[in-house]
Each structure stands twice: as structure tokens, then as C-alpha cells.
Design a protein around this ligand. Structure first.
Ligand SMILES: [Zn+2]
Length: 195
């Protein structure tokens, strides 16, 4: 009973923010809309668990402390916060420390931010907002530059090459070098010359 009414409040607030896209709403509006005293926690969940880009005075100078603003329906990738460090490690190892969207590895040059290095985060394959869970089968590693709405800013990699890269990155360094040498002999050094 308590749970379903809390989920109901979150759904009401989600709908309210969408209907007021681009308009500043106040904490009074939100409290009234949610019908519960814990409305602020539900707003935090919409931001942190669903990736809604709800701005506050922390994000935007023009907003007062009791004002909130949703400017876009685009969702930010949600970092899975609820999962344990152990599960996080398990997902990273399973994915061979390879971004499952673009194939990048930690420490690679970032594809869209010159001078920055790729870092990996844990992503929900089916978003929490659509019923996804923190179950390991719903989790995967993606780089921090991956954005569900802007996948085209990353150099796309095929699923097969991502799996192959992930597999190779799990191997000891000397074996990785052997693989590299084989491919280098076959394809040259990339400049078209063969040795
Ligand atoms: Zn990536």
C-alpha cells in the first residue's frame, strides 16, 4: 500500500514535469501535485534513477531555491547507484572493461572531448523508468560519453567487434601483443605499407 502510493507520487511528478516542459515550477506546486510530504525524494529519484534533467538553483543561477525546471525530455544516462562495488566490478570484468556502445576502454582518448580520457560507468540496458532492474543481466559497462540520445556523437562499433575487443582485453598483456602482431602482419601498420 505504502509502496504503490509512493510509486504513484513519482509517476504524478514525472507527468507534471513533462507537462510543464520549459516552465519553472515551485516546491509548492510539486508538493500539491505529489500529494505526499516526501515529494522532494521522488524528485531526486526522477533525476538520479531515471535521468530526468530537472534543474535546481544548484544547476542554474536564475532559479530560486524552491524552483525547478525541466528543459528537455532527453534523459541522461543513469549511473547505477544501487549496485554494490562487487557487482560493479563483476559487470566491468564480464564486459572486458569495454564500452558496450562504442568499444572504448578506460584511458583511451575520449571520442568527443579532446584531452579527456574515457571512463566507464554501469548502465541499465532497460531503463529503470521502463521497469528495468539492478539485476546483473540488465547491467552493462558504457563510457561516460555514451548518451542514449546522442549515440551518433560516438564512433559506432559493431557488436561483434565490441565482443572481440572485450575478449582480447581480458587476456594477459603478452597474448594481447601476439594478437596485435598477427593483425599487424595481416593488415599492415594502417598507412597502407606492408612490412
Ligand atoms: Zn563508449
Amino acid at each position: 500500500m505504502a509502496n504503490s502510493s509512493m510509486g504513484g507520487a513519482r509517476a504524478k511528478l514525472r507527468k507534471y514535469f513533462r507537462e510543464n516542459l520549459g516552465n519553472v515550477v515551485t516546491s509548492d506546486d510539486l508538493r500539491k501535485e505529489a500529494g505526499i510530504s516526501e515529494w522532494a525524494r521522488r524528485v531526486r529519484e526522477l533525476r538520479d534513477e531515471e535521468g530526468m534533467q530537472i534543474l535546481t538553483h544548484h544547476d542554474r543561477d536564475g532559479l530560486k531555491p524552491n524552483e525547478y525546471l525541466l528543459e528537455t525530455l532527453a534523459l541522461k544516462p543513469v549511473i547505477a547507484r544501487g549496485i554494490s562495488p562487487k557487482l560493479r566490478r563483476q559487470i566491468l570484468e564480464r564486459n572486458g572493461f569495454t564500452c558496450q556502445a562504442c568499444g572504448a576502454a578506460p584511458g583511451d582518448d575520449a571520442p568527443c572531448e579532446p584531452g579527456k580520457k574515457v571512463r566507464l560507468q554501469i548502465d541499465h540496458i532497460l531503463p529503470i523508468s521502463q521497469g528495468g532492474t539492478d539485476d546483473e543481466h540488465n547491467l552493462r559497462a558504457v563510457c561516460v560519453y555514451y548518451n542514449k540520445d546522442k549515440t551518433n556523437i560516438l564512433k559506432p562499433a559493431s557488436g561483434q567487434s565490441i565482443s572481440a575487443l572485450a575478449m582480447i582485453r581480458k587476456l594477459p598483456r603478452n597474448v594481447q601483443i601476439e594478437v596485435y602482431e598477427h593483425l599487424r602482419k595481416k593488415f599492415g601498420d594502417g598507412s597502407g605499407r606492408r612490412k
